[in-house]
Design a protein. Structure first.
Length: 138
């Protein structure tokens, strides 16, 4: 299946999920990375009018978990996030943020991703790390 069809399929599966609530959209797949974007507006603001760190963490987990699912390419396993860290380095109040998950370790059981969250000018907003596990389906 080509990458455009994969992106279309995964975006269609976001209905009635947190991804739909936050308007997260998968936009790109590369050799060892995946990218999502999320609009920054009042729906994802904290009371101070800037992007909520929890929304950023949800974006980080979304793109990292999908990357594990896609790159492990084994339909007999389920992917589960087991640890996430997100450091916020700059605030943003409008526009889009982009989360790029790049592989640090891609084992059969454990996967580790670095996720850089940037604004439309490619300025770093947050940086995250996600560890996932591939668990055999019963």
């Amino acid at each position: 299946m080509d990458k455009a069809k994969i992106l279309e399929e995964i975006n269609s599966k976001s209905s009635n999920t947190l991804m739909e609530t936050l308007n997260i959209e998968f936009t790109e797949l590369g050799e060892n990375y995946a990218i999502c974007r999320m609009p920054v507006n009042s729906c994802v603001h904290q009371p101070a009018g800037i992007l909520h760190g929890g929304a950023t963490a949800a974006l980080v987990e979304t793109v990292g978990s999908f990357a594990s699912r896609y790159f492990i390419n084994d339909k007999d396993v389920s992917i589960r996030g087991v640890e996430i860290t997100t450091n916020h380095v700059k605030s943003i109040s409008q526009g889009y943020v982009y989360a790029k998950a790049s592989n640090i370790h891609m084992g059969r059981t454990m996967q580790i991703w670095q996720i850089k969250v940037t604004d439309e000018s490619n300025k770093l907003i947050s940086i995250g790390k996600l560890t996932t596990l591939a668990i055999k389906k019963k």
